[in-house]
Write a protein that binds this ligand. Structure first.
Ligand code: MG
Length: 164
């Protein structure tokens, strides 16, 4: 019987001025960006946690500690490639990934397709298996106050046949 595992990832980064806004590997023109040790790509981070946890690999804090200078300014899509490799080494294939971005600003619709394409490419799966949508929280809470951007991601993993 096919064994399926579901994973959920959640991440938040603070919005500040003087930083680039990078979501799903896309540099999005905006008057503010996300604070972080790496490139602060909160979309890629949530996706990585959704993949790592059901594969029994913990989370990105464990794999890529933000105290490690090796990850200063790191390209999170490269980290996602590494996560995909490790998940594969555990015997899991990625079935699909679905992402929800919670952001008051900017409007993300023009960048949606490219973000999905970048994520799919980094995970080595067809673009049709990655879906992403963005919503505001109607001005409420920390996303509404433009203090940060939050992302939820879910991933479905399928245990690959053992090659005996
Ligand atoms: Mg993060």
């Amino acid at each position: 019987m096919t064994s399926l595992r579901i994973g959920h990832g959640y991440d938040v980064h603070r919005l500040v001025s003087g930083r680039a806004l990078i979501l799903g590997g896309v540099v999005i023109p905006c008057e503010f960006g996300l604070l972080g040790h790496s490139d602060a790509d909160v979309v890629a981070h949530a996706v990585m946690d959704a993949l790592l946890s059901p594969a029994g690999l913990g989370d990105i804090g464990k794999l890529f500690p933000d105290t490690d200078p090796a990850y200063a300014g790191a390209d999170s899509l490269q980290l996602l490639r590494e996560v995909t490799r490790r998940v594969g080494a555990q015997g899991y294939a990625i079935v699909n990934v679905d992402v929800t971005v919670l952001a008051q600003k900017p409007k993300l619709a023009p960048y949606r397709e490219l973000m999905m394409k970048n994520l799919a490419l980094a995970m080595g799966i067809p673009a049709s298996r990655v879906t992403l949508k963005a919503t505001t929280e109607e001005g409420l809470g920390f996303t509404g106050a433009l203090e940060g951007i939050a992302v939820h991601a879910v991933a479905l993993l399928e245990q690959m046949e053992s090659r005996e």
